[in-house]
Write a protein that binds this ligand. Structure first.
Ligand code: ATR
Length: 289
């Protein structure tokens, strides 16, 4: 790919960004479609956020991804926020639409698309969501629009209850929040069709941890873990061993990237190429399967 005076810049801002998979994922996609775009990652400290966004405007950066710790703080610097992102209170994608910076969140869309593209429809299903942090919130907002029933369990019960209440008001569906304990999890799992782990339990280096006892898992359950380091968490391994359908965290990562890519380029994203680029990078980084 030849960089020219017309090349459009998309970039990631956050702190830290060194190990981000987004540059390889998006540059592989731009190359595949011969798009005159390039993607870079910039470390932006909290106290530099205002300057960074002013700089992005001046330099007419075409698109941005925003990651920790700026996903909420950046919102006040934008010209427009997508209504879903506003409800969630965070953005991860910005489009520079002829000088107007518009914020979106693609995490929830990414999670739902990861399920759909792997043959799991949410219509008429009961979903059990573990966690009520940033990622869980984004997933809950999108999943709530499609599922029959959503139950949210979180270590800090109040967060699960507040999220459930807000979603119930908005979508008028059966949505409840409760504390996350062995007892509540075991009980709620009994009649769930889809289990999503959106907590950090099982993430490297705690690869032997899982919130779910393997004896509670069933072959007719679909399990998605949003963790991708390791590529296969203990929960995913346990679910696979009972014959449940398993969707790995890498799928959500790819599909949130796909959604951002499509916002910036207006082209259908080359999903396969993006996935290969990410898996390749992860193996170079030594992330275990
Ligand atoms: P993210 O943006 O990745 O969602 P986060 O907002 O920090 O990150 O959320 C992390 C989630 O993992 C939260 O739901 C957190 O529960 P609390 O809200 O009670 O903090 C959950 N979590 C982290 N460690 C946990 C543990 N040991 N057991 C249960 N839940 C845990």
């Amino acid at each position: 790919m030849e960089i020219s005076g017309r090349t459009k810049l998309c970039c990631l801002i956050g702190d830290p960004v060194e190990h981000s998979l987004s540059p390889v994922m998006h540059n592989a996609a731009f190359k595949e479609l011969h798009l005159d775009f390039v993607y870079l990652a910039f470390t932006v400290r909290k106290d530099e956020l205002r300057n960074a966004i002013a700089g992005a405007r001046s330099l007419q950066v075409h698109g941005l991804n925003v990651t920790m710790p700026h996903k909420t703080a950046i919102m006040k610097h934008l010209d427009e926020i997508d209504p879903t992102a506003k409800s969630i209170g965070a953005i991860n994608t910005i489009l520079n639409a002829e000088g107007r910076l518009v914020g979106y969140i693609t995490d929830g869309v990414g999670a739902v698309k990861a399920l759909n593209e792997n043959g799991v429809s949410l219509k008429g299903k009961k979903m059990l969501l573990l966690g009520a942090g940033g990622a869980a919130k984004a997933i809950a907002y999108h999943a709530a629009q499609e599922v029959e029933e959503l139950k949210i369990l979180n270590r800090t019960a109040q967060k699960a209850k507040e999220l459930a209440e807000a979603l119930h008001k908005k979508f008028d569906k059966r949505i409840s929040g409760n504390s996350l304990s062995s007892a509540t999890l075991k009980k709620e799992l009994e009649d769930a069709d889809i289990l999503v782990n959106a907590t950090s339990v099982g993430m490297h280096p705690n690869v032997d941890q899982s919130l779910v006892d393997s004896s509670w898992l069933r072959p007719d359950l679909c399990v998605m873990d949003i963790i991708y380091n390791p590529l296969e968490t203990k929960l995913a391994k346990d679910a696979k061993s009972v014959g449940a359908k398993v969707i790995s965290g890498i799928e959500m990562l790819i599909y949130q990237g796909v959604a951002s890519f499509e916002i910036w380029t207006n082209h259908p994203a080359p999903v396969k190429v993006m996935k290969e680029a990410v898996l390749n990078k992860l193996s170079k980084l030594g992330v275990p399967g």
